[in-house]
Design a protein around this ligand. Structure first.
Ligand code: HEM
Length: 390
């Protein structure tokens, strides 16, 4: 059993992942939470795993001794205990809402949300762009997307500040879950009272009219939309800005791009903030490389390792905003692939455009090695980004 997720892993996972990929690709590892799991690192295996319907996300099929993912109490765990048919039904409820067609107004809205935060930043100042931008922006985005009232937006921002900033005291899991639950309940009640024509209002109306989503499913969906993906968006924004600060040679490519999309795709690949897909549980014995994964065992499909696989990406350790072929798995793949894809691309593009157009000469005020990383193994991002704007 290998111990790969040590304190260094979040700051620099690449040497370890490269080694594991070379060394057979599939490994039995101990998770930081204790229980073991299989870690899959080669691109072809990760992609195949994401498409394999013998690997389910439903934690009820997990064996007793393997890793079971982060523990969330009901009803916030509704999506973790969803059978495939129910998962497809729930996914359908939000797919249309987050489709590129529905999100056309975000081309206009995203730069406005970014600007509203940057306007408050003094241009001569040394600032922490995690604190001033990467943490508050998702609250503004998700507040707008779901149609939250001002009290819930404020509560979301307070939750984010108290859990995601380097200065935050370590939150007690129980307090954090209680805060999340109360934001979800308040937002749902308000949308119902106002019969709001918003994403949340439409989910509540669907629940009231048809019973789908159920009360538990609605809470579970909101838990993921508001809190789980919040943190990963923060990590993507901060990680992308840091990558560009570390590669000023790439800024001309960013500025000359008529379309931000390839640049954002490359950052999603290079940064890979979502290191692991959600845990999958084998419902049958499955051959993976030289190993047989037994029914009930847990499989961690490593998106970050796949995204740096030299069999698929030329010079994977280099950031190349002009990369032509980029079939990265940073937003997942298959039936669980990211529903926020269109939004994530638009927000990230607008953020990078605003920061590096306004302040093209921005530099880090510490050496890249001094940047502290959030100590997760499922996803990773810089905790602070101290910069001198310019
Ligand atoms: C506005 C922000 C976001 C929203 C609303 C969002 C929404 C979602 C939802 C609803 C799912 C679950 C789909 C399912 O289980 O069927 C999902 C999956 C996923 N998202 Fe996002 N997401 C957001 C941001 C991000 C970001 C920033 C990243 C990474 C850079 C990301 C990466 C992923 C990945 C890798 C999966 C698949 C996980 C798996 O296969 O287990 N998401 N997203």
């Amino acid at each position: 059993m290998q111990e790969v997720f040590d304190a260094e892993f979040a700051a620099d996972p690449w040497p370890v992942l490269d080694q594991l990929r070379r060394d057979g690709g599939v490994h039995r590892v101990r998770t930081p939470d204790g229980p073991p799991a299989w870690l899959v690192t080669r691109y072809d295996d990760v992609r195949a795993g994401l498409l394999d319907d013998r690997l389910t996300s439903d934690v009820r099929t997990a064996g007793r001794t393997d890793y079971r993912g982060f523990a969330v109490p009901p009803p916030l765990d509704a999506l973790l205990v969803t059978a495939p048919g129910d998962h497809a039904r729930l996914r359908k409820l939000v797919t249309g809402e987050l489709s590129p067609r529905r999100l056309t107004e975000w081309d206009r809205l995203a730069p406005l949300l970014v600007e509203s935060l940057l306007r408050k930043v003094d241009s001569d100042a040394e600032v922490d762009l995690v604190e001033r931008l990467a943490v508050p922006l998702p609250a503004a985005v998700l507040g707008e997307l779901l149609g939250l009232g001002s009290d819930e937006r404020e509560a979301l921002a307070v939750w984010a500040n108290s859990t995601l900033l380097a200065s935050a005291a370590p939150p007690r899991a129980r307090d954090t879950l209680a805060t999340m639950q109360s934001i979800i309940t308040a937002a749902t009640e308000q949308a119902r009272a106002e019969r709001a024509d918003t994403l949340l209002g439409r989910l509540v109306a669907a629940h009231d009219d048809t019973g789908s989503p159920s009360t538990e499913e609605l809470a579970g969906l909101l838990f993921y939309l508001l809190f789980v993906w919040y943190e990963v968006l923060t990590d993507l924004l901060a990680g992308s800005i840091l990558a560009l600060l570390n590669h000023p040679d790439q800024l001309p490519a960013l500025h000359s791009a008529s379309n931000m999309l390839p640049a954002v795709e490359e950052l999603l690949r290079y940064v890979s903030p979502q290191v692991l897909a959600g845990p999958r549980f084998a419902t049958a014995d499955i051959g993976f490389g030289d190993y047989t994964i037994r029914s009930g065992q847990t499989v961690l499909l490593c998106l970050a390792a796949a995204n740096h696989d030299p069999r698929v990406f030329t010079r994977p350790g280099e950031l190349d905003l002009g990369r032509k072929r980029n079939p990265h798995l940073g937003l997942g793949y298959g039936i669980h692939s990211c529903l926020g894809t269109a939004l994530v691309r638009t927000i990230t593009g607008a953020t990078l455009d605003a920061v590096f157009t306004r302040w093209p000469g921005t530099t880090l005020t510490v050496s890249p090695r001094e940047i502290v990383w959030r100590s997760g193994f499922r996803h990773r991002g810089p905790l602070t980004l101290p910069v001198k704007l310019g």
